[in-house]
Design a binder for this molecule. Structure first.
Ligand code: SF4
Length: 149
């Protein structure tokens, strides 16, 4: 299963911010450059991440954004669930209306279960365990696993 482009941008941003010193702020423009993503996309993602309480913003000339404690402790599975607004993985509509097979279709439910299994597999991956290699390299996903409680 693929994550959508918006979720990917959100994850890149929080990975980048989680690798920074705790109270350090980063500007949207700099984030956009560091993750090689258009400014507008980064800006929209930051709005959504703030709504989710994952990042904090400080206004002013020396302001910027940083990851919150909640953001650091959030899991990738939780983040993806919040960002996935689709009710169904399959598009069950045709140009003439709903798919004619929709009554009694078992595939929709199976796809829902498969999506949940995908997210569940990421429920142990906390944001703070995602490491960024070097600041001069593109952000890459190195998945870590939450240590046992
Ligand atoms: S077959 Fe089922 S899952 Fe596929 S489009 Fe039709 S209703 Fe949706």
């Amino acid at each position: 299963m693929r994550i959508n482009a918006f979720s990917d941008v959100c994850l890149r941003i929080i990975m980048l911010l989680s690798a920074m010193p705790v109270f350090e702020l980063e500007k949207t423009k700099v984030i956009a450059q560091k993750i090689d993503t258009p400014y507008n996309h980064v800006s929209k993602a930051i709005v959504r991440l703030r709504e989710l309480g994952m990042i904090e913003a400080v206004r002013g000339r020396s302001g910027g954004v940083r990851i919150s404690d909640a953001g650091r402790q959030a899991t990738v599975g939780w983040v993806l669930r919040q960002l996935d607004t689709r009710t169904d993985l399959a598009d069950c509509e045709t140009p003439d209306g709903l798919c004619p097979l929709i009554d009694g279709c078992g595939l929709r439910g199976a796809l829902r279960l498969a999506r949940e299994a995908f997210y569940a597999a990421l429920d142990d991956v906390v944001i703070s365990s995602l490491r960024q290699p070097r600041s001069d390299e593109p952000v890459s996903v190195l998945l870590g696993v939450r240590p046992p409680d």
